[in-house]
Design a protein around this ligand. Sequence first.
Ligand code: NAP
Length: 274
Amino acid sequence: MSKPLMEGKKGLIMGLANDKSIAWGIAQALNEHGAQLAISYQNEALEKRVKPLAAQLDKEPLLLQCDVSDSASMEACFNELAAKWGKIDFLVHAIAFSDKNQLRGRTIDTTRDNFAMTMNISCFSFLEACKYASPIINEGGAVVTLTYMGSERVLPNYNIMGVAKAALEAAVRYAAMDMGEQGVRVNAISAGPVKTLAASGIGDFRKMLHWNALNSALERNVTPEEVGMAALGLLSDCGTCITGEVLHVDCGYHIQGMLRMKNIEQNVEVLTEG
Ligand code: NAP
């Protein structure tokens, strides 16, 4: 391998639930390129799932508890990070949440409480993480968050999460201006669908995966490892003048203007079952 891209760099990954998580794909890519990782987990139950993954990394990671719906927990997490490491070079935000009962049916039926919770965990937490990272992130550092094309177009069942992702993408642009003044870049990756814990809450997700594979330019779905490689590009010196961007890492699904009729005709049964 040529020179590791992240040698000597340290950073925090938020949103690692298990080995299917997009955050795990990112952690592996950063680890392979020499980064030292801190990983935050929401609660003790998650700590148990994160520990065996942490043990697979080359450099022992710093594990921090952080419930992003609670500002005190967020502040304590970044204070501990600053106390242990002083400075960081990157931040990965891979967190979203909504009531799964409202990730089906009509978006206009979303409740006020679930709207507030979805925006709070899926969008505000990104801005707050940037706020706490700002004093400790080195010049030349970078932030990446995860979004989905449901922010730009209407997809069945993505519902209020699409609205939250649209807000998140706008937040990326505003944060990029704020943090650009300190030489820090802020970007989003719009990943194609990946079978993870969070995704399993979305109605008909299995069909969505199948549909994407049939209709993306590359006729397949993206893997968490491939999202990880794209994040590596944005977080490393490969991306030194990319900021405020939403990069689609979705096998080209977002450029599709019409369905591939040959694939639809051959898969009618799978697409219409259930
Ligand atoms: P995942 O493995 O389930 O990860 C989601 C993470 O968010 C989990 O670690 C979850 O912890 C965490 N989280 C939720 N509420 C939290 C809170 N209050 N405090 C701290 N952490 C909290 O699913 P994923 O699909 O990899 O999701 C990562 C990101 O990628 C999300 O932003 C998602 O919207 C985005 N994305 C996913 C896809 C896809 O198809 N999978 C596509 C595009 C974008 P808990 O397990 O405790 O809830």
